[in-house]
Write a protein that binds this ligand. Structure first.
Ligand code: UTP
Length: 292
């Protein structure tokens, strides 16, 4: 029997340099896609997948994330008095969402280090990691798809997107063999390579920001050395874990938006707005009228 995955870790202590100067005084996780901060999409996905404990790894300048998920008495009172019930509901929904805990990564020493920072709050149980930058639009939440694989295998599972062409170099890439009968959806990982040159990429299977990890990863992260840029890489921890445990890559169904990248963020904003009942039609009209 595999243990139910209850905890979802959101590393959010990165510096967000690609979005400077917007991220000088506000976390990039709070940049809105239309009108909702990107981290809220991830938290909602984790909850819809059955995780009821959210752990956010924060750092300096990330106070706005805690405030966002906290109760805002003044705002609620004002909305109540002005009978803005729709808005009141939206605001209350956020603070009632789930049990949230915060842990501080004092220095941005890498994604692996951020995950390790959550060790005490996670304890000795499997857990999920979500990178808020990756906003995934799918009928079945991406994390839930990974959790189904974890339930069957008890192993760590990485979300994988097939990326053809040179942009594969921006990702951790799998060397992996397909699992029989999985219709090309599931792979057993043989090796991981962080940001390979296009010609040297072992496959087109890129790891994106959703993981289900066994607690064994903590031991590995503790023992590995800092890699590129003095940072503790999660990929290195996974490579080390691979010597002891099986790891699977799951090609999820859904559309991933890389909102950590400026163009990706803009595209996601347009796509999400076009889907909205209140904005879709006028925005579509506006886009048609643009003179390119
Ligand atoms: P990124 O590679 O996107 O880095 O981190 P970043 O600092 O957020 O953004 P850029 O590249 O400078 O624009 C991937 C994820 O890991 C978290 C980030 O918050 C992001 O969710 N992270 C990264 C940490 O929590 N701590 C770190 O030390 C590094």
């Amino acid at each position: 029997m595999t243990m139910k995955v209850r905890k979802a870790v959101f590393p959010a202590a990165g510096l967000g340099t690609r979005f400077l100067p917007a991220t000088k005084a506000q976390p990039k996780e709070m940049l809105p896609l239309v009108d909702k901060p990107i981290i809220q999409y991830g938290v909602e996905e984790a909850m819809a997948s059955g995780c009821d404990q959210i752990i956010i790894v924060t750092g300096r300048g990330k106070q706005a994330i805690e405030d966002h998920f906290d109760v805002s008495y003044e705002l609620e009172k004002m909305l109540e008095e002005r009978k803005k019930t729709d808005l009141l509901q939206i605001v209350r929904h956020i603070s009632e969402m789930s049990h949230l805990a915060y842990v501080r990564q004092k220095e941005a020493l890498g994604l692996g280090h951020a995950v390790l920072t959550a060790r005490e709050l996670v304890g000795n149980e499997p857990f999920a990691v979500l990178l808020a930058d990756d906003v995934i639009d799918s009928p079945v939440p991406c994390l839930q798809q990974l959790l189904e694989v974890h339930k069957k295998t008890g192993a760590s599972v990485l979300a994988v997107q097939k990326i053809d062409g040179p942009s594969i170099s921006a990702y951790g890439v799998l060397k992996a063999k397909p699992v029989e009968g999985s219709n090309g959806k599931l792979f057993e990982v043989e090796d991981l390579v962080e940001k390979p040159k296009y010609e040297q990429a072992p496959s087109n299977l890129a790891v994106i920001g959703r993981y289900v990890l066994t607690p064994g990863i903590f031991q590995e992260l503790e023992n590995i050395q800092a890699g590129a840029g003095g940072e503790l890489q999660l990929t290195d921890g996974l490579k080390s874990l691979l010597k002891k445990e099986k790891i699977y890559g799951c090609v999820f169904e859904g559309k991933r938006h890389d909102t950590g990248d400026k163009l990706g963020f803009l595209k996601a904003t347009v796509e999400f707005a076009l889907k909205r009942e209140d904005l879709g039609a006028p925005l579509r009209q506006f886009l048609k009228e643009l003179d390119f």
